[in-house]
Write a protein that binds this ligand. Structure first.
Ligand code: WQD
Length: 339
């Protein structure tokens, strides 16, 4: 019997790529999205990529009455919860909005799931719960901390999940701690589409390569790293999407949950990424050295071994693939904007 999965935030960057991976794996998918941070034409683009109709409900996970109707009207077997605010910088300016959207949103969703007897959940967490002083490579047993309201909200969500599972073993929850998701679907039809100035490195580099921004500021070149710039574990968004499919399968198989890192285990510096992007796009990427950004760690990269053991997860794409697919998406969306 085909499993039906509700994707909250399913029109977003990671949600849309996971939609494709789930359809490819034979799941039926239902999308709930308020389109606060996703383009309204993503569902139609998903239909082109998957060749299948996309079922979308416009709404918010904070709307309990809507959630109750969704579970009553659709025979849902599991939920993947992407719908959350995710900008570190914005969270510093709007902490209460982040607590409301990310924490109250999760609680409302889990209450509606419980009332509908749906207790299989995959939760989108982040390596940001390790704070900036973690031992490397980062293992899931590393002490948790936070350096900003976004990371704080993710940590509280993980604690809420832990307490819920402890109180009711009928719950099976996969907590996935993403490292740095980048890249786009090879078709170039879906990808990262940040509104305004990108916070993150890869989408900023993409806009500089496309000539939409004049120069990249490299936040510090005096870190204790091989070339002095920040080192991160960049993971292709399609690898990340596959990890969600494997997490769902593990919940179904084991009847219990897991907390795993989703990363490649390889760290690349800012200058590594700039050089790789220049090769992948055949474009110059002007940059200048700027002061360090508050809260940044020098290095962060995963020990990915637990995800391999528990889920069978192993990242397939390399940094060039991440840059190349990002560039194809950048060109397509630039042509669409001109068109
Ligand atoms: C990467 C490196 C910067 C921009 C954050 C969140 C994390 C996740 C991914 C949500 C760092 C440097 C960046 C720029 C730069 N988000 N940089 N110039 O900070 O590792 O992670 O985004 O889940 O939770 O914490 O990613 O891409 O912002 O930075 O030099 O214009 O690039 O200093 O070394 P980060 P990032």
């Amino acid at each position: 019997m085909t499993q039906r999965v509700l994707l909250t935030g399913g029109a977003g960057y990671i949600g849309s790529h996971t939609h494709v991976a789930l359809v490819n794996a034979g799941y039926e998918v239902l999308v709930l999205d308020n389109f606060s941070n996703s383009a309204r034409d993503v569902p139609s683009r998903l239909e082109t990529v998957t060749g299948q109709a996309v079922h979308v409900i416009e709404g918010d996970v904070l709307d309990r009455a809507l959630l109750d109707r969704v579970f009553a009207d659709h025979d849902i077997d599991a939920v993947i919860h992407f719908a959350a605010s995710k900008s570190v910088g914005e969270s510093m300016r709007k902490p209460l909005a982040y607590m409301q959207n990310n924490i109250v949103g999760l609680v409302t969703l889990m209450q509606a799931m419980d009332a509908a007897d749906v207790r299989r959940l995959v939760f989108s967490s982040s390596a940001t719960v390790y704070g900036s002083a973690a031992d490397l490579p980062i293992r899931e047993t590393e002490p948790l901390s936070y350096g900003n309201p976004y990371g704080h909200s993710k940590l509280v969500c993980e604690q809420i999940i832990e307490q819920t599972v402890a109180s009711d073993p009928r719950w099976a929850v996969g907590v996935l701690r993403y490292f740095n998701p980048v890249g786009a679907h090879p078709s170039g039809l879906i990808g990262e589409d940040p509104a305004g100035l990108p916070d993150n490195l890869m989408p900023y580099v993409a806009k500089v390569a496309a000539g939409q921004l004049p120069v990249l500021s490299v936040f510090g070149d005096d870190y204790p790293t091989p070339d002095g710039t920040g080192v991160r574990d960049y993971i292709h968004v399609f690898d990340l999407a596959q990890g969600h499919v494997q997490s769902l399968a593990a919940l179904e198989r084991d009847g219990t949950g897991h907390v795993v890192n989703l990363g490649t285990g390889r760290g690349y510096s800012v200058l590594d990424l700039i050089a790789t992007y220049a090769r992948a796009s055949n474009r110059d990427i002007p940059y200048k050295i700027a002061p360090r950004r508050d809260g940044d760690a020098a290095s962060s990269y995963a020990d990915p071994s637990l995800a391999k053991t528990v889920l069978g997860f192993e990242a397939q794409y390399d940094l060039f693939d991440m840059c190349r697919t990002s560039w194809v998406w950048m060109q397509n969306s630039a042509q669409k904007a001109e068109g």
